[in-house]
Design a protein around this ligand. Structure first.
Ligand code: ZN
Length: 232
């Protein structure tokens, strides 16, 4: 193994654990993560999670308290953020430069993120214009490990007559992302709320000049920032 990275290359499995713990903790306001949640996320048995956590703890990357759960140490978090940064930059590159579709990028990124150096990662970031968010609107950690803020007001809370500027689609499901994309509901676009039926859970919106009716099945994944003035 060459020494091009400042810290030694992690094994693929270790990296995947650190990333999973980081993602799960972030989804739960940084609370300790249950081992069962890690097992489910990585589709492995609880017994193999316990074995790996012992190794991670030995290396100083996690603290694991029985009945409380797992927390990344500062060191562990730094490694997780390096991988998340790589993953999201690679996905951005595949979509923007290589014509990949939503549902094709994740597995490619999983494989590539373990093979590239920090130097390659930063060259890639430069070529992409140092994006702060990937095409889903997920924040890309910066090279110092900071995570850019992302507006997260759900579309469900937007009043009639207001516009939500979409920042993020909170699903990784390719079919749902494709449906939202066909409606023009993607990061950067404004979604003007025309009418809402609370009982039926439906909302009527105008996006890029076209009107659409959204059910809760789609609307629940749309987040952003409310822009006050009505759509002109
Ligand atoms: Zn991915």
């Amino acid at each position: 193994m060459s020494g091009r990275s400042p810290s030694p290359r992690l094994s693929i499995a270790i990296g995947d654990y650190l990333k999973a713990i980081w993602l799960l903790a972030r989804g739960a306001a940084d609370a300790p993560v249950a081992t069962s949640a890690i097992a489910e996320h990585l589709a492995v048995s609880p017994a193999s999670v316990s074995g790996m956590l012992a190794r991670l703890q030995e290396r100083g990357w996690v603290t694991h308290e029985r009945y409380r759960g797992v927390t990344l140490t500062r060191e562990g978090e730094r490694e997780a953020l390096r991988l998340v940064r790589r993953h999201r930059l690679i996905e951005t590159f595949l979509i923007e430069y290589l014509g990949y579709a939503w549902d094709e990028v994740h597995d490619e990124a999983e494989a590539i993120e373990h093979a590239i150096s920090d130097r390659f990662t930063e060259r890639l970031a430069g070529r992409l214009g140092h994006p702060t968010h990937d095409p889903h609107g997920d924040p890309i950690p910066n090279a110092r490990g900071g995570v850019p803020a992302t507006p997260d007001t759900p579309l469900d809370l937007v009043d009639v007559g207001e516009t939500l500027v979409v920042s993020r689609l909170t699903t990784q499901d390719a079919a749902l992302l494709a449906r939202l994309d066909r409606l023009g509901i993607r990061p950067g676009n404004g979604v003007f709320v025309m009418a809402r039926d609370r009982v039926a859970g439906r909302v009527r919106v105008r996006v890029e000049g076209d009107d659409h009716e959204l059910g809760a099945d789609l609307a629940q994944y749309v987040q952003g920032e409310v822009r006050d003035e009505a759509e002109s």
